[in-house]
Write a protein that binds this ligand. Structure first.
Ligand SMILES: Cc1cc2nc3c(=O)[nH]c(=O)nc-3n(C[C@H](O)[C@H](O)[C@H](O)COP(=O)(O)OP(=O)(O)OC[C@H]3O[C@@H](n4cnc5c(N)ncnc54)[C@H](O)[C@@H]3O)c2cc1C
Length: 365
């Protein structure tokens, strides 16, 4: 290979990029979080994102703002007060009858107008059904960059460095939006830790108007019918998860997983190999194309620890792996490893926990 010609321009920035912010983007300031709420409840991912926004804003020396949109009779003021305790300095609040219940059109217009008026440099949304829908249309309308499903956020110069899995999860890439503002990102629930609430923090509200009426909106909200066919699996927010991998051999053996989960008051998780085999529902899948979880205890039985599974559970406080293969990748990141046959180890664990927990209950009584 020949040496580059002496006249070749020197690469700009650390990785050959020009990180100097163009003059016309310098007026964009602040980190925003879209606060998602539904039927009186804020989605916890919004508080997780406020914690992350606080860290980014402190590095940039700017403010954190929450964005609350909803009907005039919704508890937006109470949500704003809660947002301050999780790190927001202020909240932009837009109240309008057409914002009661999520619809893409009015929410896209409302959020786009707010961005055009107040010019934040970063905007974060939860990678929920609503957040993904809204983020995509807002980024398209504004003509800016959006990095979906980020696993890590950082500041490089003045740019948001948004990291996400790529090439089927086998690589991580860091994406920067250098020439457009705001820099948008979605993050899945539980990827970021819930920040500690600071009840002494306060903030202020900036009221905003939508400027849209019902007849401007094509989509109509006729009724809300909860999906009762869906089970109440709440894997993302479970404190303890017992996960079955393909090493459990067959669906019948999963009763060993359920038994341990019952004793521990745990949720049952699965690898993709298990959901694809039809042994457990897809909504129990943990990993890149399943749920991201962050329990206090994660027990993985017969799970190899492939990268696509790992990215969904490696933030668990304590990971216990049971695997016959001492060289299984899961032992590289598990806190405790048991080399053994899950069909023999699980019943022993179940009985040991049962006896221990029974003793504690008797002591308390
Ligand atoms: C684009 C893409 C997305 C993906 N998304 C996900 C995802 O979201 N979640 C996910 O999980 N996977 C995902 N995968 C699949 C992933 O790559 C792995 O194939 C999968 O995680 C493997 O599942 P497993 O560990 O259950 O099975 P295997 O890889 O077959 O591992 C079984 C393990 O069980 C051990 N074992 C065997 N017998 C016993 C026994 N008696 N007792 C104890 N241990 C035993 C074996 O040593 C082995 O380590 C994805 C793949 C791709 C390409």
């Amino acid at each position: 290979m020949s040496a580059p010609p002496k006249s070749a321009p020197k690469p700009a920035g650390r990785a050959g990029r020009n990180t100097e912010l163009p003059e016309h983007l310098k007026c964009y300031k602040g980190v925003w979080v879209f606060i998602e709420h539904d039927r009186g409840h804020v989605h916890q991912v919004s508080w997780e994102l406020l914690g992350e926004a606080r860290k980014l804003a402190d590095k940039l020396g700017v403010q954190v703002a929450g964005v609350l949109m909803g009907g005039p009779d919704e508890q937006l003021d109470a949500f704003a007060k809660e947002a301050y305790t999780f790190g927001a300095d202020l909240c932009y609040v837009m109240r309008d009858p057409v914002l009661k219940g999520y619809r893409n059109e009015p929410f896209t217009k409302g959020l786009t107008d707010l961005v055009n008026q107040y010019q934040p440099e970063i905007m974060l949304l939860g990678a929920t059904t609503m957040g993904r829908d809204l983020a995509g249309s807002v980024a398209t309308t504004l003509g800016t960059g959006l990095t979906a499903d980020c696993t890590e956020l950082n500041i490089d110069g003045r740019a948001l460095a948004a990291t996400r899995p790529t090439f089927g999860g086998s690589l991580l890439c860091t994406i920067m939006t250098l020439a457009y503002r705001p820099q948008m990102a979605t993050i899945r629930p539980r990827v970021m830790a819930l920040p500690r609430r600071d009840e002494t923090r306060t903030g202020h509200i900036v009221e905003a108007t939508l400027g849209m009426i019902e007849t401007d909106i094509v989509t109509k909200l006729l009724d809300f019918i909860p999906d009762t066919s869906r089970s109440t699996v709440n894997l993302a927010y479970a404190d303890i998860i017992v996960t079955a991998g393909k090493g459990m051999k067959n669906a019948d053996n999963l009763k060993l997983i359920w038994n341990l989960a019952r004793v521990l008051g745990a949720e049952v998780g699965a690898t993709r190999a298990v959901t694809q085999a039809g042994w457990l529902d897809a909504e129990r899948q943990v990993g890149q194309t399943g749920k991201t979880v962050r329990p206090k205890l994660y027990i993985a039985a017969g799970v190899s620890g492939a990268i696509q599974h790992r990215v969904g559970m490696e933030s668990s406080d304590v990971i216990v792996a049971i695997n016959t293969d001492p060289n299984a990748p899961i032992f590289d990141f598990a806190h405790y490893g048991i080399v053994g046959n899950a069909m023999q180890v699980l019943p022993v664990l179940t009985e040991t926990f049962r006896a221990h927990l029974d003793k504690r209950v008797r002591k308390v009584a």
